[in-house]
Each structure stands twice: as structure tokens, then as C-alpha cells.
Design a binder for this molecule. Structure first.
Ligand code: PRT
Ligand code: ZN
Length: 265
């Protein structure tokens, strides 16, 4: 039987573009999913399911999808039975505790007996237990940053990336409880055939990662300077050195096309 690997990605939102770009960089051709729940790749045995990010861990746990691209923050909060495979390098942010810039609260210890508003109640609770803070956790689904100003809570626990939302709302970060980025998660009981497809996808992902960390530098230089240049370039291996001495290319000054090789003087 020819199986396909079902990949869950965010339908719209901050992770959608990064997920689709990564699939494209892996050479997987899919249409962009506008108003579709599911698309099948043209050239690789995968199908993409477009879902709300909050639902992805559960769908992967329940094998509605085999794997998913989702924020580590969501995976930690939902606490489902999935395997965390690898980090994907986009959607970076941090989950932090923040308090009003001016006010009586100064540090984590001042949160005892206080209210923390968050969309991450499970992870915030775990953190407060670990730090032995007796705070009450108040779950809200959006606009967490306004909670202290409207008197709903004394502090917040929310995602931060640039920090401008906190700044605009006169809040300051006092503790980061999780550094997060998009990760690849997998169902725990993939068939042997699906595991092979996943391995092949992971091979492509690692090639994309390697390519992002490397640059291809092409330069012409005099022979007597090559050792100095090799010493300066932090390449993976010694750069390739092709001799071009004795010949040079001539380009047409009108169309810029290569005309011929000339012998150097
Ligand atoms: O509709 P759906 O449920 O799928 O999407 P969503 O609205 O729940 O999620 P979305 O698209 O906002 O975020 C998806 C994922 O992006 C999150 O789960 C994180 O993994 C990641 N991510 C990265 C962020 C941010 N950066 C981020 N800055 N998610 C949210 N924010 C918000 C944050 O909540 C706060 O309101 O941006 C604001 C802070 O940003 P700065 O730049 O002002 O600090
Ligand atoms: Zn969501």
C-alpha cells in the first residue's frame, strides 16, 4: 500500500508562512491552501492539513495528522502524548512573566497571593509550582497585555518577541519561563512506511538547515595571496582553487554576453 504522511500546519497566522516556505525549500510542491482543509503534494508522498495551531498537538496525538509544525509553547501547554522531533528555526519567541513598570510589584516573590492573567494556564501553573509561588492563574484567550491596566490581574504570562507590546502597555518582563520556536512533532505510533517518509523529510530539512548556515563565496585572487585568503575564510573545508591564470573572459559591452577567452599578457 502506498501511504502518505499527513502534515498539520497552521491554517493562518504567524506560523503559516514559515511552514509553507520550509516545505517549499524542502522541494515539496503544494498549493498555498487558501480556503482548503487539505492539499496533496505533487512530488512527495505527503498531504498537508491546515488547522488552528492550538489543535495540532491533539490531532497529532490522535493520528488525525501524523506530524505537525507548531510552536513549542503550544506543545508544552497542551501537554499531549506526542514525540518532539526537532526544532524548525522559525516563529521564535519567549513565554514570559511581566508586571507593571510602576507599582508595588518588583520581583517574582511579590507574586505570592496575586493574580496572573495568561493564555497558558497549564504551563504558568507548573512554573509557579516549581518556583513555589502561590499565585492564582486567570485564563484569558486574548489581549492578555491589557489585564493589569483594567484591573483583571496583577501580572501576566504571555508570549513576547520584539517586546513592543509590553512596552506599549507599560509592562516589564521579570522572568522568561520558556524560549520557544516552531518544532516538528510526531505521532508516537507511525507505520514503518510513514517512518521512512518522515526520515526522508528530515533528511531534506537538515539539508535546508545546513544550506542556511553556509555561504558560497566566489572570488578571483592572485596566486601569491591564496594562503592568506584561505586562512581568513572559515569554510567547512579548504576552498576549491581553480586556476584561471593565463586566460581571461571577454564580455560584449552591449549585451554583456560572454564573447571568448583571451590569452592574458
Ligand atoms: O488561529 P490560530 O489559533 O491558529 O492562531 P493564534 O492566533 O493562536 O496564533 P498566532 O498566529 O498569533 O501565533 C502562532 C504561534 O506563533 C505562537 O503559538 C508562537 O509559537 C508563535 N509566535 C512567535 C508568537 C509570537 N511570536 C508573538 N509575538 N505568537 C504570538 N505573539 C504575540 C503575543 O501573544 C503578544 O500579543 O505577539 C505579541 C507580542 O509580540 P511583540 O513583538 O510585541 O513582543
Ligand atoms: Zn491558536
Amino acid at each position: 500500500m502506498n501511504e502518505t504522511l499527513k502534515i498539520a500546519v497552521q491554517k493562518s497566522g504567524r506560523l503559516y508562512e514559515g511552514s509553507m516556505k520550509l516545505l517549499k525549500e524542502c522541494g515539496i510542491e503544494v498549493s498555498n491552501g487558501n480556503n482548503q482543509l487539505r492539499v496533496i503534494a505533487a512530488n512527495f508522498p505527503v498531504e498537508i492539513f491546515f488547522l488552528r495551531d492550538d489543535d495540532i498537538p491533539e490531532y497529532v496525538q490522535d493520528a488525525v495528522a501524523d506530524i505537525g509544525f507548531v510552536g513549542e509553547n503550544v506543545v508544552k501547554e497542551k501537554n499531549k502524548e506526542v514525540d518532539i522531533i526537532e526544532k524548525l528555526g522559525f516563529g521564535k519567541c519567549r513565554l514570559s512573566i511581566a508586571i507593571p513598570k510602576t507599582g508595588v510589584l518588583q520581583s517574582l516573590n511579590d507574586l505570592n497571593g496575586k493574580k496572573i492573567a495568561t493564555s497558558y494556564p497549564f504551563y504558568s501553573f507548573l512554573f509557579s509550582q516549581r518556583k513555589n509561588i502561590q499565585a492564582s492563574i486567570h485564563e484569558i484567550s486574548g489581549s492578555v497585555e491589557i489585564a493589569p491596566r483594567i484591573g483583571l490581574a496583577d501580572a501576566i504570562c504571555d508570549l513576547v518577541s520584539s517586546g513592543s507590546t509590553l512596552f506599549t502597555n507599560e509592562l516589564k518582563e521579570i522572568e522568561t519561563i520558556l524560549f520557544s520556536e516552531s518544532i516538528l512533532i510526531s505521532n508516537k505510533t507511525l507505520t514503518a512506511e510513514k517512518k521512512i517518509i518522515l526520515e526522508s523529510l528530515r533528511f531534506r530539512l537538515s539539508a535546508v538547515k545546513k544550506a542556511k548556515n553556509n555561504k558560497y563565496v566566489l572570488l578571483n585572487a592572485p596566486n601569491n595571496k591564496l594562503d592568506t585568503i584561505f586562512g581568513l575564510l572559515p569554510g567547512m573545508k579548504k576552498p576549491n582553487n581553480s586556476a584561471i591564470s593565463g586566460r581571461r573572459l571577454e564580455f560584449c559591452s552591449f549585451c554583456n554576453k560572454r564573447k571568448r577567452f583571451l590569452e592574458c599578457d
